[in-house]
Design a protein around this ligand. Structure first.
Ligand SMILES: Cc1cc2nc3c(=O)[nH]c(=O)nc-3n(C[C@H](O)[C@H](O)[C@H](O)COP(=O)(O)OP(=O)(O)OC[C@H]3O[C@@H](n4cnc5c(N)ncnc54)[C@H](O)[C@@H]3O)c2cc1C
Length: 469
């Protein structure tokens, strides 16, 4: 890869379409936040880029099965459609706190990311530009350190706000949000059409990748596609990115077996599909208190409570407060981390085939003792917050999941600790990469998408320097 002729296809006027075969520089599987920002940047740099999307303009679904003590609702946590789950997301764009990247070295738990916060920080700035984020102008409100201003600042809701938690005072910052035209950025509106109209770009919708085919034991040659009407085709590329979400990415790697990779691509150590994690959500709404006025009106306030919990070997937790109107009522949302454990994740159930004849994914998940203790402690802290807000007795919490699946193809320092390396390249394969929250080794206390976009823009820069030398 790289050097003379690397982008010859693009220079020659985009793509060679020969019957059922498409040739390009880069093939990206999936048109969500892990795929489209990357695709846009690559075509801007003259690389011919094909995005293959299984969904259409209307949301559809893939079959899956669940087992374990918690039936993870996969269908509610993703969208199979043009633009992926951007069609559903809420637009909250917190960054991970720096310690989430160094769990092993700082707290002796789980693993470190091979990439640290300071290294990723410039791409968080670019991600916030891409996502059109509005945030607080304050630089001393508990947010992780930043080298750029938010693309849009909201002065009206910048009022400082804190609650006492034991001896500490917890600062709540204004939750950054992606907003365009009054709603979170939806990739199908502008970004996908803009990419599809670019020179060197091809967008194939309603085409599902069913197999990633190796040329030899060290690189990928092409992917096989299937349309809903049974039409089969292939895309050949110099580089392939799997950006198919936390469940379908490991599924594709696992189902792409060959003589060189009998257990699936990148699965030499059995890590593909493993270490699945997510964010549960505990919430109490309409908390009526005379002290509600202490919470600034409008945007959600957030605090990522980490150190005191992690030092006690408990999972960190995100707290959000919102006062939606000038009456005396507030809502409290508590969202703890979940331990990334080898036993939780996606397997293929080869006894149950989907309508295309492919093995159905089986999502297996059980909480650990540490998870359960952490949830109790997170709610006990929430109770103290409610008392701090003037309630005589804390309201009980309802529970649902936050749609933040992560893990399943985690980043590692070597093949013995992960599926992809710090550049997101699958260990042992020269031209296969993974993008998306599936590469997160630890989910932390932030909503995932700002980190997903930061990582994919960093990947774009890595690929551009590989191609252009
Ligand atoms: C209700 C809801 C609210 C959310 N709110 C927030 C929030 O406020 N803040 C936040 O940070 N995150 C939020 N999220 C999570 C956020 O939506 C995801 O982190 C993000 O969209 C993931 O992007 P992705 O590109 O990795 O995956 P996806 O958007 O899921 O994209 C994967 C794409 O791959 C396609 N695909 C899958 N398999 C194949 C195949 N075999 N061949 C071809 N294409 C394939 C899919 O159709 C899909 O389009 C929310 C999620 C939900 C469901």
């Amino acid at each position: 890869m790289g050097g003379a002729g690397a982008s010859a296809l693009a220079a020659a006027g985009a793509l060679t379409l020969t019957g059922r075969r498409t040739d390009c520089d880069v093939c990206i599987i999936g048109s969500g936040f892990a795929g489209i920002p990357l695709a846009q940047r690559l075509v801007e740099q003259g690389l011919s880029t094909v995005v293959v999307e299984a969904g259409s303009r209307f949301a559809s679904s893939f079959e899956y099965r669940t087992s374990g003590d918690f039936q993870y609702p996969v269908g509610a946590a993703r969208m199979i459609a043009v633009g992926g789950t951007s069609g559903h997301w809420g637009g909250f764009t917190t960054r991970l706190m720096p310690d989430a990247f160094r769990m092993r070295s700082r707290f002796g738990d789980w693993v470190d990311w091979p990439v640290g916060y300071p290294e990723l920080e410039p791409w968080y700035c670019e991600a916030e530009q891409f996502l059109d984020v509005t945030g607080s102008p304050s630089t001393d409100d508990g947010q992780p350190a930043r080298s750029c201003a938010f693309p849009h600042v909201d002065d009206t809701s910048a009022a400082p706000f804190s609650l006492a938690h034991d001896a500490r005072s917890l600062r709540f910052f204004r939750l950054p949000v992606s907003r365009r035209g009054g709603r979170p950025l939806r990739l199908a509106d502008v970004e996908v059409p803009r990419f599809a109209a670019s020179r060197g770009a091809t967008f194939l919708e309603d085409r599902r990748v069913t197999d990633i085919v190796t040329r030899d034991g060290g690189s990928i040659d092409h992917v096989k596609l299937r349309s809903p009407w049974g039409f089969e085709s292939t895309v050949s590329a110099r580089t392939f990115i799997v950006a198919a979400g936390v469940f379908e990415t490991p599924r594709l790697l696992l189902q792409s077996r060959s003589q060189w990779f009998p257990a699936g691509l990148g699965n030499g150590h059995g890590f593909v599909g493993r270490h699945f994690t997510y964010h549960p959500l505990f919430y109490a709404t309409h908390i009526e208190t005379a002290a509600a006025g202490a919470v600034p009106l409008g945007a959600n306030r957030t605090h990522q409570l980490e150190d005191p919990l992690r030092l006690a070997h408990l999972n960190a937790s995100n707290y959000q407060l919102i006062r939606r109107s000038s009456d005396a009522r507030i809502d409290l949302y508590i969202s703890p981390e979940v331990e990334p454990r080898l036993e939780n994740g996606v397997d293929l159930d080869r006894h149950h085939l989907d309508p295309l004849g492919l093995a159905t994914p089986q999502v297996r998940f059980s909480h650990s003792d540490r998870d359960r203790r952490s949830f109790e402690e997170a709610m006990a802290i929430g109770d103290r917050m409610q008392l701090d807000l003037g309630l005589k007795a804390a309201l009980p919490y309802q529970r649902r999941i936050h749609s933040h699946p992560a893990g399943t193809c985690r980043m590692g320092f070597d093949a013995a600790s992960g599926v992809v390396d710090r550049d997101l390249r699958v260990f042992g394969l020269d031209n296969l990469y993974v993008s998306g929250a599936s590469v997160f080794p630890v989910a932390g206390t932030a909503n995932p998408t700002a980190t997903v976009v930061a990582l994919t823009l960093r990947l774009a820069d890595h690929l551009i320097s590989r191609f252009h030398g």
